[in-house]
Design a binder for this molecule. Structure first.
Ligand SMILES: Cc1cc2nc3c(=O)[nH]c(=O)nc-3n(C[C@H](O)[C@H](O)[C@H](O)COP(=O)(O)OP(=O)(O)OC[C@H]3O[C@@H](n4cnc5c(N)ncnc54)[C@H](O)[C@@H]3O)c2cc1C
Length: 329
């Protein structure tokens, strides 16, 4: 049997795989099935919840390489990478897939270097052609799509969230759990400070199905509450343009664009954002784009499916009120 299609698990740090893993495992199973191989999960964690293990099996992972150790609690590239590389050298997977998240982005690049393998980062489509994986990834701020293939295995790929079809969990499916012995690198670093993010009650930007985003047109950090009120009603995450981030109105992790996060929600709503090419690079693959801008010539209207020419300070509260009525019915 050909080597397995590995899925590196991104978890919520409470012991369960994140929602995006349904997409990664779904895609790995689809491709592996075409080659007569199987999808497997590789999970580095300090504590895996039994429901998390069960879910990976139900999503289609046939085997879970469970690396449970307190050293894996906080992500550290120099600890995780050699562990995954050692396991890969022993088990020879055909492909290694991971979602585009902050830590997997780094870990996969490190892993590719360590294994001397190729990596297609931020891929938006995958296919097998003549027995070889071909990945599609946007380049030049989404202006072009490049096709990537590999001269040798393992094929390393990161997958853009909300693009690939998620696997439907099957209650009768279960994974075999392996706990391989690996050498864990001695700690080269000491944890001096730990920051826990306060829960906002809103979904995470990269995974959210709806994103409401604000730009310079919001005029100040205090006005983001207008977008947060809307986001709460429709279950959206709140993002920002670089102008808003550079002005110190939102932390950088909320920035959408070329030098921020790439998102592909079902619905993107931009408020007071002009639509600079670097912003579009991070959201142009959204399924439906709605823009609110008082300037009818704003470039964002060129790619918007729905455009509202108006003052966001009037439009956003009106939308919030209308959505409230809709959801309260
Ligand atoms: C190397 C590089 C990387 C970059 N990376 C990024 C990136 O990752 N992400 C990113 O976003 N940008 C990025 N930029 C910056 C980018 O070029 C733009 O400067 C930025 O996106 C502009 O942000 P904005 O749309 O919020 O502001 P502006 O371009 O100033 O637009 C504000 C808009 O708000 C509208 N407006 C004002 N008041 C109202 C109102 N009351 N109601 C409705 N509309 C209103 C205006 O008509 C205007 O269209 C990058 C630039 C460079 C050079």
């Amino acid at each position: 049997m050909p080597g397995a299609f590995w899925c590196i698990v991104e978890d919520d740090r409470l012991g369960s795989p994140k929602k995006v893993m349904a997409e990664v495992v779904g895609e790995a199973s689809r491709l592996a099935g075409q080659m007569g191989a199987q999808a497997e999960a590789v999970w580095l964690t300090d504590k895996a919840a039994p429901e998390g293990v069960k879910l990976l099996g139900e999503l289609g992972a046939k085997r879970i390489w469970l690396l449970e150790n307190e050293a894996f609690g906080a992500y550290r590239g120099e600890v995780w990478t050699p562990v995954v590389a050692e396991l890969a050298a022993k088990e020879s997977p055909q492909a290694i897939l991971a979602p585009v998240t902050t830590r997997q982005r780094e870990m996969m690049a490190r892993l590719a270097a360590r294994l001397g393998a190729g990596l297609s980062a931020d891929s938006t489509a995958l296919a097998l052609e003549d027995g070889k994986l071909v990945a599609t990834r946007p380049v030049y701020a989404g202006k072009l799509l490049s096709r990537v293939t590999w001269s040798k295995a393992p094929w390393l790929v990161t997958l853009r969230p909300n693009v690939f079809r998620p696997a439907e969990p099957r209650a009768d499916a279960a994974a075999q759990v392996e706990r391989p012995a690996v050498s864990i690198p001695a700690e080269g670093m000491k944890l001096v400070e730990r920051r826990e993010e306060a829960a906002t009650g809103l979904p995470e930007l990269a995974e959210a199905e709806i994103v409401v985003s604000g730009g310079r047109g919001l005029k100040g950090p205090e006005n983001f509450v207008i977008l947060e009120a809307l986001a709460k009603v429709i279950g959206a995450a709140v993002g920002a343009s670089r102008a808003a981030v550079d002005a110190g109105w939102r932390p950088h992790r909320f920035q959408i664009g070329q030098t921020g996060r790439t998102i592909s929600p079902k619905l993107y709503m931009g408020f007071g954002i002009s639509g600079a090419i670097q912003h579009l690079a991070g959201m142009r693959t959204s399924k439906v784009i709605c823009a609110v801008n008082k300037d009818p010539e704003a470039p964002i209207f060129k790619i918007a499916d729905y455009g509202i020419v108006g003052d966001l300070f009037e439009v956003a509260p009106l939308l919030t009120a209308e959505f409230k009525k809709l959801f309260e019915k």
